[in-house]
Design a protein around this ligand. Sequence first.
Ligand SMILES: NC(=O)c1ccc[n+]([C@@H]2O[C@H](COP(=O)([O-])OP(=O)(O)OC[C@H]3O[C@@H](n4cnc5c(N)ncnc54)[C@H](OP(=O)(O)O)[C@@H]3O)[C@@H](O)[C@H]2O)c1
Length: 304
Amino acid sequence: MTDNAKSNTENNAKNNTKSNAKSHAKNPPASGALILVLGATGKTGRRVVSRLREAGRAVRAASRSGETRFDWTDRSTWAPVLEGVSALYLVGPPEPEPIADFVDQAVAAGVRRFVVLSGRGVEVYGDSFEPSMAEAERVVREAGVDWTVIRPNNFTQNFDEDIFHAPLVAGRLALPVGDVPEPFIDVDDIADVAAALLTEEGHTGRVYELSGPRALSFAEAVAELSQASGHPMRFEHITSDEYVAELTAADVPAEPARALADVLAWLADGYNAAPVSGVRDVLGREPKDFSVYAKAASEAGAWG
Ligand SMILES: NC(=O)c1ccc[n+]([C@@H]2O[C@H](COP(=O)([O-])OP(=O)(O)OC[C@H]3O[C@@H](n4cnc5c(N)ncnc54)[C@H](OP(=O)(O)O)[C@@H]3O)[C@@H](O)[C@H]2O)c1
């Protein structure tokens, strides 16, 4: 057993004890029960919505611009989305401040199961970067509910649906990550795991770290994407300060630019570099390899 796997098991044992003592909801949501998905227009949320609907589940898809309006910063939107809900996929807000009140209100409204999207390494970096993830974990653990946390590595889809996309279209991705290996996780796998955790039994009080099957450096990842797509792209290592300067020149506000640079610089130390078994532990199958993503996204014309 690797040190990481061992620490996962130990954490889960500890968490299970705590959760079993406090949880008053041991039964999974009935198949007709309503599941609320937050961040439902985002990379994970919209895939969780489609998987649950394909499985015949009743889903309320919520965000500021999606099917059902929900805004973390507008409390008048909270009660309507919570009505009749028994289980919830929690993608936290940019700022952690409303999370505790929202979870309190959700529990009072009858929500009994929470699946929280967090990030791998959060137990080390805590609320130093993206403090919403640490706060969401803390709050659900203390809410006396049936909770499960997922902590994924860097998403594969960052390359075609998020922050790495525009630089790659322009042919150069420059990040302060050095040559650290990263076992990128495909968001399709995260969504499969989340859908299972929302609907199956046996995951209460557990923390699952999720990675892809293969760690590759950002330079290797970009080379694979370039080869698969035929689009010329290269990777360059730059310092954190240079990265912040590039982001702000591209109109990213200074504070999130610094947070992103800090999290990438933290990654460069290799804490998240080893693949982990979370996808297999939940789904009983291996996660998708990066090459499968590279081929499919290239065929879909992701980088032009
Ligand atoms: N990317 C990675 O590699 C990675 C790795 C580990 C963990 N994570 C964590 O994953 C989370 C993001 O999840 P994601 O990638 O699935 O989402 P995403 O693609 O970043 O989209 C964000 C979602 O949140 C919604 N949203 C934003 N502000 C909101 C607000 N004020 N009120 C209500 N909804 C709001 C957005 O929809 P609307 O615009 O319609 O409101 C959208 O659906 C973050 O916490 C991040 O730290 C990311």
